[in-house]
Design a protein around this ligand. Structure first.
Ligand SMILES: Cc1ncc(COP(=O)(O)O)c(C=O)c1O
Length: 350
């Protein structure tokens, strides 16, 4: 498949200091755009970053066929660019597409298009510790018709945003019992835009109470932990790392989650993917065997959790005494920035 390239005149990069830039606010000089019509992909083009011209009737705005991904690219000390596990995001993207009755994006467009786009905007990858280029592939239905049915046309795009370090303070978490993020048979495992819109109300309520995020619970009994905001969640109890399993399709299969599972095994911990109840967590807290509670995700990698509030019970942790979460965070940064051997072949050269 041909990917045509139309370069921007000049670059916006001169006007920007790539140090400590906020997440998701600035975008590079180019973007990728491709169209799908009745299952056939065409017009694959890398072109100057620019607004889209959309009809107000465009289907995605009304019926929510919209999915996305989040990936990061890094530069090592030699200035070479690498993307962290992009193939895993590519696979997850098409899993989301299938669930939302959208067409699969061919590997050539997603992977090769992303590679060429990053190669063109390589100078935008910040060359500093904890900085990265955030990659946002997304797809939406583009029929200009009001009617509840799958679209015949779709647009796939990739945009790039340089980001500074994600200083995540240890988080205070509210265990959510009233609102749910996903139910079995629903779309929790898909990275569908509507999942994020649907989570905002409960998150805002938790923030009003002084918490940073919610810990989502299962939809039936509100008893088993699911994920934390937009992160997967890990609990270290004794010498065992436990994270909820993906069996019911209510949890996003995080790439950082998979990577964390691999590194926890390398650290010598026993790893369990299984249902984990809030009672079991409270029991471990009471008997002193619970330590290292953290979330995993592309944006922050690892975010330590310093407090969990369940009903009237407050679990407070001394995160400074923890070893596991901080070690995983450091190992992952070292692999990404070329200071630790990439023995699992996670880094793909641009
Ligand atoms: C709901 C949700 N869970 C978990 C994650 C973590 O996934 P990943 O590690 O692939 O970023 C994300 C972020 O993508 C998310 O949006």
């Amino acid at each position: 498949m041909d990917i045509s390239i139309r370069k921007s005149e000049g670059s916006k990069l001169q006007d920007l200091n790539l140090e400590n830039i906020p997440f998701g606010k600035y975008f590079t000089d180019h973007m990728l755009e491709a169209d799908c019509e009745n299952g056939e992909w065409k017009n694959v083009e890398i072109k100057p970053y620019q607004p889209l011209l959309l009809s107000p009737s465009v289907a995605a705005l009304h019926y929510g066929q919209a999915i996305f991904e989040g990936i990061k690219a890094y530069k090592n000390n030699e200035g070479e660019a690498f993307i962290f596990r992009p193939k895993d995001n590519f696979k997850r993207f098409n899993i989301s597409a299938e669930r939302m009755q959208m067409p699969a994006v061919p590997e050539e467009i997603f992977m090769e298009g992303m590679r060429q786009l990053i190669a063109l905007d390589k100078n935008w990858i910040p060359n500093k510790p904890d900085h990265a280029l955030y990659i946002r592939p997304f797809m939406f239905s583009s029929d200009e018709v009001i009617g509840v049915r799958p679209s015949e046309t779709y647009k796939f795009m990739i945009i790039l945003s340089p980001t500074g370090p994600y200083y995540s303070e240890p988080m205070r978490i509210y265990v959510e019992e009233q609102y749910v993020r996903a139910a079995p048979g629903g779309v929790g495992y898909a990275k569908a835009a509507g999942n994020y819109g649907a989570a905002m109300y409960a998150t805002a309520e938790a923030k009003k109470k002084g918490y940073d995020q919610v810990l989502w619970m299962d939809a039936y009994e509100h008893k088993y932990v699911q994920e934390c905001g937009t992160m997967n969640v890990f609990f270290i109890i004794g010498n065992t790392a436990i994270t909820p399993d993906l069996g019911q399709g209510t949890i996003l299969d995080g790439v950082t989650r998979q990577s964390t599972l691999t590194l926890l095994k390398e650290m010598g911990l026993t790893v369990e993917e299984r249902p984990l109840s809030i009672e079991e967590i409270m029991d471990a807290y009471k008997d002193g065997s619970l330590h290292d509670v953290f979330g995993t995700g592309t944006a922050a990698t690892i975010s330590l959790i310093k407090e969990l509030r369940y009903k009237d019970f407050d679990m407070k942790f001394d995160v400074n005494s923890w070893k596991t979460g901080p070690t995983i965070k450091k190992w992952m940064a070292d692999i990404r920035e070329g200071r630790r051997e990439d023995k699992y072949n996670w880094m793909q050269k641009v």
